[in-house]
Design a protein around this ligand. Structure first.
Ligand code: PHE
Length: 457
């Protein structure tokens, strides 16, 4: 069926949309971050808390974002403005566009690293590495070289732009349908390889054995923050993707598939990292350096290490690419809807802006002393952007979306949109309760905790 506003583009099938949206959700957050956060926060206990938050906070907010997007068929700014033309609500949408754009700026730097490491591993550079300090040295050289960091982030933004410029069905949907099955196959092969290594059981035990002694208030903050980030919520990403959905599609079941897929992949990613790490005698508490430092230092100890290592970085690259596509689509949709620009012009300009914003982040990992340790702030530029946008702005955005749907735009019109074409929403009472009270309260408490303790997730 041709829908009236399909000039902006529409997904051509539900499965195409699920692949694209799951592609947005499944990213570095799942494959790089989730495993080590889980390892540090009590294994299976953390997974349990995490899944609980996905169900009571993530899903209701995802349904809300998809509903606002599809109802208005607009980018986040335009969506809020259309539903509440007067007052300040449109600023909440504007914050979403800003958040998505700035998350993309640092994300493309790390994503660029995954391509770089793919080639570094293939080049055999780690063949002569015997300990972590040597591979830490390689990482320092790599991240301190502006040609690498800027060049690779430009490459990543370029790849992203080439797909986004083609539009929703011919660009994003088409490529998601290729990348996501590939990612899945690669992931399953890697899990299989990792858990069949000798000595892998210890890794499984570290990863999943419930350990209550590692659970504290901060565990809950980590779990909730990770849940929002991993599901691409709070930054307008799901809202934008929802704006291209057919009115016939079931928003609730779509949200369920996306969240289920995302959680499954995150848990499986840990089954690649930890069994391999323990089998080769590595230190599990590698933190963020786990992937770029610990893993490469051990990789050559296993038979076929080059292939195993390169495949992990290929997996990370694929996961990151489907995510950067969804992030770039946020400012692109904004420019197309609000400024009336062609997709081509919007994509070129948005990519350029992202590149300019990414450059200081790319220089902040050693290449420029000033950006690596900024005066007053005493942290690097990239860390600063991560804290402000991937933490505070993202969480604030999720809070505003819940309050907007719960109290301002309204539960009733939202339910009307959700139940179009006879798509009955069986759990609407629970959803109402969650969106109105539980989500805002839970999110407000993590915001309060972050502000008072200066911690973040
Ligand atoms: N969900 C993505 C990941 O896990 C990150 C993301 C956050 C994307 C917010 C869009 C919006 O890597």
């Amino acid at each position: 069926m041709i829908e009236p506003e399909n000039k902006r583009g529409l997904w051509t099938s539900k499965i195409g949309f699920i692949f694209a949206a799951a592609g947005s959700a499944i990213g570095l957050g799942n494959i790089w971050r989730f495993p080590y956060v889980t390892g540090e926060n009590g294994g299976a206990t953390f997974v349990f808390i995490y899944v609980f938050f996905i169900l009571i906070i993530g899903l209701p907010i995802m349904i809300s974002e998809l509903t606002i997007g599809r109802k208005t068929r607009r980018n986040p700014f335009g969506a809020f403005r259309m539903l509440k033309p007067k007052g300040y609500w449109k600023l909440a949408g504007g914050l979403g566009v800003l958040t998505g754009t700035l998350i993309l700026s640092f994300y493309s730097v790390i994503a660029g690293f995954t391509i770089g490491y793919f080639f570094l591993i293939l080049s055999g550079k780690f063949r002569s590495i015997h300990d972590v300090s040597q591979s830490a040295g390689i990482f320092e050289n790599f991240s301190g070289n502006p040609v690498n960091t800027i060049g690779l982030s430009v490459l990543f933004i370029l790849l992203t732009g080439l797909i986004v410029i083609k539009g929703i069905s011919k660009g994003i949907e088409k490529w998601s349908k290729i990348f996501m099955p590939l990612l899945l196959v690669l992931l399953i092969l890697l899990v299989f390889r990792s858990v069949t290594l000798e000595g892998s059981l210890k890794g499984l035990e570290f990863y999943l054995k419930p350990d209550l002694s590692k659970v504290s208030v901060s565990t809950f903050i980590q779990a909730l923050g990770q849940a929002l980030f991993s599901l691409s919520l709070g930054g307008g990403g799901m809202m934008t993707y929802g704006s291209y959905l057919s009115k016939k599609d079931n928003l609730v079941s779509s949200a369920g598939y996306i969240a289920g897929f995302d959680t499954l992949i995150a848990i499986l990613a840990g089954l690649i990292i930890f069994p391999a790490l323990f089998a080769m005698g590595g230190d599990p508490e590698g933190g963020p350096g786990l992937i770029f430092v610990t893993l490469p230092s051990l990789i050559m100890k296993m038979p076929g290490g080059i292939i195993f290592g390169a495949s992990i970085f290929l997996l990370l690259t694929l996961a990151a690419l489907t995510t950067t596509i969804s992030l770039l689509e946020i400012p692109v949709a904004y420019l197309v809807d609000e400024k009336g620009w062609s997709r081509k012009k919007a994509t070129v300009l948005a990519s350029l802006i992202v590149f300019l914003l990414a450059t200081p982040s790319a220089l902040s990992l050693g290449a420029s002393p000033w950006f690596s340790n900024m005066p007053f702030l005493k942290i690097g530029f990239m860390d600063f952007i991560v804290i402000v946008f991937a933490n505070y702005a993202l969480v604030t955005g999720a809070f505003l979306i819940a309050v907007f749907v719960g109290f301002s735009w309204g539960i009733k019109p939202a339910l009307e949109e959700i139940e179009l074409f006879g798509n009955l929403f069986r759990y609407k009472k629970s959803w109402t309760l969650l969106v109105r009270y539980i989500c805002p309260l839970a999110i407000l408490s993590i915001l309060g905790y972050m502000i008072f303790t200066g911690n973040y997730f």
